[in-house]
Ligand binder design. Structure first.
Ligand SMILES: [Zn+2]
Length: 83
């Protein structure tokens, strides 16, 4: 892909993540839904060294009911949440 414009994050997600909901029915783009980034050992080290770490997994959770209802280890999605 040569398009340098920012890609909508929605385009990244597989359909099972887009359609996933928590106990209260919130989807991943809802304001109550947060993202937890899970880093491996080497990425913790990278962060320590001042390198922007890329999570090895991202988990979507609801701040209201606390349910973790979707996660992904997709490289593109992890890259997107590396900031
Ligand atoms: Zn919820």
């Amino acid at each position: 892909m040569t398009n340098t414009e920012a890609v909508s994050p929605q385009g990244l997600y597989p359909v099972d993540i887009i359609t996933a909901t928590c106990n209260c029915g919130h989807k991943i783009d809802h304001e109550f839904v947060g993202v937890e980034r899970i880093y491996g050992f080497w990425m913790n080290l990278a962060q320590f060294l001042g390198v922007t770490p890329i999570p090895r997994e991202v988990v979507f959770y609801c701040r209201k009911c606390g349910k973790e209802f979707a996660s992904s280890m997709d490289r593109d999605i992890c890259d997107y949440y590396s900031i």
